[in-house]
Ligand binder design. Structure first.
Ligand code: G4P
Length: 286
């Protein structure tokens, strides 16, 4: 890895979030359904303290539905409600407001008992750059409420966004970085497009993901690239490189002399993975 995870970044984001804790009722934490662990800020539990929390496993359209269901159970066992959503198409996004109300049911009931009209729930949206916060906010608000972009860390103005009469959202103040100093985490973030490609070598990322997929989704690899045979031992590095070469050859990534251009093959493979052309793939299991 050529980048460092500066503790200074974390201190700033932490202070910015802590300053909002007393004005919010709950937090909505977005994770990437394909990599729920790698796509989290490592200090988020600590930062949010005991605020009620709803986890959204976003980009669920790209993840393996069975694995996502296991993640939902995993978080529920820890007492945290989790909902898989697709913020682009809007699948299950309608369930977010009822889930927030269920989470705060006691508070809302107490307000009603006191003869008060419940005010809209105030929720802070937290998540690492590129996890889909702006896309979700726009989807919920039904308009272009937040700036979306493909650059991690696009800064957004701080404002409350009203969702109907029942929910008000505040986007993450500051930037909550993932723990990309960790090699495994960095590779998964790069593979899913959460961090920029230039930070890691394409070949290294593709190698690790192909090696893992040979264990977890061999059929999907075989089908997409018409592989004649699969390695007898996916742990054998040479056999994994042979698969990368087969992928390159099938897709015409050849250099002069007929050698496979592994860089090109890796880029092509990662584009296929990110766009869902390899099918729905999860890269982390509970
Ligand atoms: P952020 O505010 O958390 O930084 O993330 P943002 O909403 O900008 O989303 C980052 C990328 O993730 C965008 O793609 C967005 O379309 C995509 N995305 C967000 N939610 C989902 C989802 O549920 N499913 C899928 N498949 N993609 C999702 P992009 O390529 O950067 O932009 P664009 O090409 O879509 O415009």
């Amino acid at each position: 890895m050529t980048i460092q995870w500066f503790p200074g970044h974390m201190t700033r984001a932490r202070r910015q979030i802590e300053a909002k804790l007393n004005i919010i009722d709950m937090a909505i934490e977005l994770m990437d359904a394909r990599i729920p662990l790698a796509s989290r800020n490592p200090m988020i539990d600590d930062i949010l303290q005991r605020k009620p929390r709803l986890i959204l496993l976003n980009k669920a359209d790209l993840a393996d539905a069975q694995v996502t269901a296991r993640w939902v159970s995993f978080f529920q066992e820890q007492g945290i409600e989790a909902l898989p959503v697709d913020s682009v198409s809007g699948t299950r996004v309608k369930e977010i407001v009822p889930a927030c109300k269920a989470l705060l049911a006691d508070k809302i009931e107490a307000q009603i008992r006191k003869g008060m009209k419940p005010r809209p729930i105030r929720a802070l949206i937290v998540g690492i750059p590129n996890v889909g916060k702006s896309t979700l906010i726009n989807r919920l608000a039904g308009r272009k409420a937040a700036i979306t972009g493909d650059r991690p860390g696009v800064t957004k103005g701080q404002q409350w966004i009203r969702i109907g009469g029942e929910l008000e959202l505040l986007d993450t103040p500051g930037i909550l970085w993932p723990k990309f100093e960790d090699q495994q985490v960095g590779i998964r973030l790069a593979a899913t497009g959460a961090i920029k490609d230039e930070l890691l070598h394409q070949q290294d990322i593709a190698f690790v993901i192909i090696r893992d997929m040979l264990g977890t989704y061999p059929g999907q690899l075989q089908e997409r690239y018409g592989l004649e045979s699969l390695p007898t031992d996916p742990e054998d590095n040479e056999q994994v490189v042979t698969v990368m070469e087969q992928i390159g050859r099938k897709r015409g990534c050849l250099q002069s002399g007929g050698r496979v251009d592994l860089d090109k093959a890796s880029t092509l493979f990662l584009n296929d993975l990110r766009s869902g052309k390899l099918g729905r793939i999860s890269l982390e299991w509970p």
